[in-house]
Design a protein around this ligand. Structure first.
Ligand SMILES: Nc1ncnc2c1ncn2[C@@H]1O[C@H](COP(=O)(O)OP(=O)(O)OP(=O)(O)O)[C@@H](O)[C@H]1O
Length: 250
């Protein structure tokens, strides 16, 4: 199962990706958490301190494994040299980092795209494995190639019309790209009024709502504390609707 978390900058994608990663891990999945945003701190939120080799270096290796014409490549957690070299692994969690992509021109995301494409389309995962991809803000990377293999696109938004508009744009691109399921999570909701407006606006596309956590405004919160705060909310959303189970069942 491949899950991508997207949305406008700063809406909470990384915190939500980290919470989902832990939720899935606690529910018995082998999780591959991939940080595709060079500015994000998914590692810190998952309590990972080790340096992780960036996956952009792996582009050639993937091409070699799947062949120039494409093909399938199954990551094997027991023996895989790729995981040994590029992942930090602990108890059912494999943390991978995309790394900084040198942009040849402002519109070229070639190495990142080709790797994302390989990982999303060529890698085969079993029912007990889940990929959680924390996507960078912006929509340039949302092409057919990179999104076609995604089973679930979670679009995070805040209660603002700009954030809702961006979410709808991402939804359109993801639909065009052939993503199987697309769901919205509204984060940082401060009042019943905001909640009702979002419910009205998004209808059945809205999977769940997470309240604004005033605690996070206080200093002294670590990245892990931050994730823990949202983890219960994520558990509540996915206990109400077992989307992961539905996807695994096909
Ligand atoms: N429910 C919430 N209540 C209050 N603050 C929140 C909530 N969720 C996330 N935040 C805060 O919002 C900020 C941005 O969160 P996060 O880094 O997860 O967003 P992002 O979408 O990944 O950002 P970027 O696009 O910059 O990578 C963080 O300071 C985080 O603590």
């Amino acid at each position: 199962m491949k899950i991508a978390v997207s949305g406008k900058g700063g809406v909470g994608k990384t915190t939500i990706s980290a919470s989902i990663t832990r939720y899935l891990q606690e529910n018995g999945y082998e999780v591959y958490a991939i940080d595709s945003d060079p500015d994000a701190n998914l590692a810190a939120m998952l309590g990972i301190e080790e340096k992780v080799k960036p996956l952009v270096e792996l582009d050639e290796v993937i091409k070699e494994k799947v062949g120039e014409k494409g093909g399938l490549y199954t990551l094997n957690p027991e023996v895989d040299d790729v995981l040994e070299e590029y992942a930090v692994r602990q108890n059912g969690l494999n943390f991978l980092r995309m790394g900084e992509v040198k942009k040849a021109s402002s519109s070229c995301y070639c190495p990142e795209n080709s790797f994302l494409k390989a990982i999303m389309n060529s890698l085969v995962f079993t029912r007990d494995e889940a990929v959680v991809l924390d996507m960078g803000a912006g929509i340039e990377h949302l092409t057919r190639g990179t999104s076609a293999g995604v089973d679930l696109m979670l679009i995070v938004l805040e209660p603002s019309s700009i954030s809702v508009d961006t979410a709808r744009t991402i939804q359109g691109l993801a639909e065009e790209a052939g993503v199987g399921r697309i769901e919205f999570i509204a984060n940082k909701v401060r009042s019943e009024e905001e909640r009702s407006l979002l419910e009205e606006e998004l209808g059945s596309d809205l999977l769940g709502v997470i309240d604004f956590k005033e605690e996070l405004l206080r200093s002294g919160f670590s990245a892990e504390d931050e994730r823990e705060l949202l983890e219960d909310e994520i558990a509540r959303i996915f206990q109400k609707r077992d989307l992961f189970g539905e996807i695994a069942e096909g």
